[in-house]
Ligand binder design. Structure first.
Ligand SMILES: *Cc1c(COP(=O)(O)O)cnc(C)c1O
Length: 445
C-alpha cells in the first residue's frame, strides 16, 4: 500500500530497521536476536518457515497503551482484536494482563473462551453473524453484541425473546469517514459493507429499545486498519459523540461507546500511531459523555512483535533480475500479495548488502513476492532471513495452498523460547478428505 502512497520513500536500511525495534539486536557473533534469543538457533531446531513472537514486546506494548488510557482518567476497556493473531498463548498473555477480547466469529469466541477469557470481557463484531453464532454469544453471556444492521437486530431479538433472555447490544455505526488507509482495510465509508448508516442509527436505536430481548447499551465504531494519523479517529469519534448526545436528547440511555481498533504501526518509514495521542483524542471527543469506553486494538499490539523466519532455497539470476527464492511463501504471509504491503527483510547473519534482489516464495503465482529491488547481501542456499512485523495478520491468514504445511510458531519469553504450534504431519492435510467409492476402486493405467 505504501508503495502506492509514497513511491519516493527510500527503503530504510538494516541498521535503521533494527534501531526502530528495541526488541531486535544484531550481535556480531550470535546474529540477529529477538528479545535476546538467537533466531538462528530457533531456525536450526524448529526448521523454517517459522513464526517467532516476542511475548515481552507484546506485554510491553499492551502496558504502554494501558498507561496512556489510564492517564486520561477515563474508564476504557481494552478488547484485543483476536483476528490479528488468535494463538491461545497470545490470548492468554493479554488476558493475564487484564485485556478482554473482540471476536468476529463463533470460532474466535470459542477460542477466546478456551484461552480462559470470561464472556463478560468479550464483544462480538462482524457483519454476518449466523443464528448459531448469536446463540453461542448468548450462551456465553458476552459483554455486548455489536449489531451491524436492522436485519441482524431483528434476528437477535427473536432469538433472545424465544430463549427468554436479554442481550446487551451496541449498534455499530458507519460514520462515513475516510480512514486514509488501503481500500481493502477501510471500513468506515458509506459504501463499505460495515455498520449502520449514520443517518439511520438514531431511529434504529429507538426501535432496539422497544424490541423484546434487546438491551441497547451504546454505539460502536471501527473505521479501518493501519491508521496512524489522528484526524480520521477524531472525525469519527466526534460524529459518534454527536450521535450519543442526540440519542440522549431523544430520551435514550447510552452507557457505552466502543471505539474499535485500527491503530497503525511502522512497517517501513511511517510513523506508528501514538498511544498518548490516541488517548488524547478519546478524551477530547468522548471524555465529557460519561460513558464506559472500549477500544479493540489488534495490529498495534502484536504486529511489530513477530517475525517470519525463512531459509533461502536458491538465488536465481535471470537476464533481467535477481530472485532470492525463500522457503516461506504467500500462503504463510499473505500481506504483500494481498495489500501490496512492505515488510522489512533482514539477513539473520547480519551481512551487508551487495546488490538489489526480489525476494519471492516458491508458490506458483507471480503475486508470491515479498519484496522487489531490495538491498540484500549474497544469500547462499540455507541462509536465513527474518521478515519483520509479521506478528499481526500473518499466521492467522495463512493457507495450505500448494499443499504447503502451516509454519511452526514459537514464543520467546524472558530469554527462553518454546514451540507453541508444531508443524503438523503432512498427511494431516488430506486426513479429512474422502474419495467417493466409485473413484476409490478405479485403477487407471
Ligand atoms: C479488525 C478489527 C479490529 C482490529 O483492527 P486493527 O487494525 O488490527 O487494530 C477491531 N475491531 C473490529 C470490529 C475489527 O473488524
Amino acid at each position: 500500500m505504501l508503495d502506492i502512497i509514497a513511491p519516493a520513500l527510500p527503503d530504510p536500511d538494516a541498521a535503521v530497521l533494527i534501531a526502530a525495534r528495541p526488541f531486535l539486536r544484531q550481535s556480531a557473533d550470535r546474529g540477529l536476536l529477538l528479545e535476546d534469543v538467537e533466531l538462528a538457533a530457533i531456525a536450526d531446531q524448529v526448521g523454517t518457515p517459522c513464526w517467532v513472537y516476542g511475548a515481552g514486546t507484546m506485554r510491553a506494548r499492551l502496558r504502554r497503551l494501558r498507561a496512556a488510557l489510564d492517564a486520561t482518567g477515563l474508564p476504557v476497556r481494552l478488547h484485543y482484536a483476536v483476528k490479528a493473531n488468535s494463538h491461545l498463548a497470545i490470548l492468554r498473555l493479554f488476558a493475564t494482563e487484564g485485556a478482554g477480547a473482540d471476536v468476529v466469529s463463533g470460532g474466535e469466541l470459542a477460542r477466546a473462551r478456551a484461552a480462559g477469557i470470561p464472556g463478560a470481557d468479550i464483544v462480538f463484531s462482524g457483519v454476518g453473524k449466523s443464528v448459531a453464532e448469536l446463540q453461542q454469544a448468548m450462551a456465553a453471556d458476552i459483554a455486548q453484541v455489536n449489531v451491524e444492521s436492522a436485519e441482524e437486530l431483528d434476528m437477535l431479538s427473536a432469538l433472545a425473546a424465544s430463549a427468554g433472555q436479554r442481550v446487551r447490544v451496541a449498534l455499530r455505526v458507519n460514520p462515513d469517514v475516510d480512514a486514509g488507509t488501503h481500500a481493502k482495510i477501510t471500513t468506515g465509508l458509506a459504501n463499505n459493507k460495515f455498520g449502520i448508516a449514520y443517518a439511520d442509527a438514531a431511529a434504529l436505536y429507538a426501535r432496539a429499545a422497544r424490541l423484546p430481548g434487546i438491551d441497547p447499551v451504546g454505539v460502536a465504531v471501527h473505521i479501518g486498519s493501519q491508521i496512524s494519523a489522528m484526524a480520521p479517529f477524531r472525525a469519527a469519534y466526534a460524529r459518534i459523540a454527536t450521535l450519543v448526545r442526540d440519542l440522549r436528547g431523544a430520551g435514550q440511555s447510552v452507557t457505552a461507546v466502543d471505539c474499535g481498533g485500527g491503530l497503525g504501526i511502522a512497517y517501513r518509514s511511517e510513523t506508528e500511531a501514538s498511544p498518548d495521542q490516541f488517548a488524547a483524542v478519546l478524551h477530547e471527543t468522548l471524555g465529557a459523555l460519561d460513558v464506559r469506553l472500549a477500544i479493540e486494538p489488534g495490529r498495534w499490539l502484536v504486529g511489530p512483535a513477530g517475525v517470519l523466519l525463512s531459509s533461502v532455497i536458491l538465488t536465481k539470476q535471470t537476464a533481467a533480475r535477481r530472485f532470492v527464492v525463500i522457503d516461506a511463501a504467500m500462503n504463510d504471509l499473505l500481506r504483500p500479495s494481498m495489500y501490496d504491503a512492505w515488510h522489512g527483510i533482514l539477513p539473520v547473519n547480519g551481512a551487508s548488502p551487495t546488490g538489489l534482489a526480489d525476494v519471492v516464495g516458491p508458490v506458483c503465482e507471480t503475486g508470491d513476492t515479498f519484496a522487489r529491488d531490495r538491498a540484500l547481501p549474497d544469500l547462499p542456499p540455507g541462509a536465513r532471513v527474518a521478515i519483520l512485523d509479521a506478528g499481526a495478520y500473518g499466521a492467522v491468514m495463512s493457507s495450505c495452498y500448494n499443499t504447503r504445511l502451516p509454519a511452526a510458531e514459537v514464543l520467546v519469553d524472558s530469554g527462553t523460547w518454546s514451540v507453541i504450534r508444531a508443524r503438523p504431519r503432512l498427511d494431516s492435510l488430506w486426513a479429512d478428505e474422502a474419495v467417493p467409492a466409485h473413484l476409490a476402486g478405479r485403477q487407471d493405467a
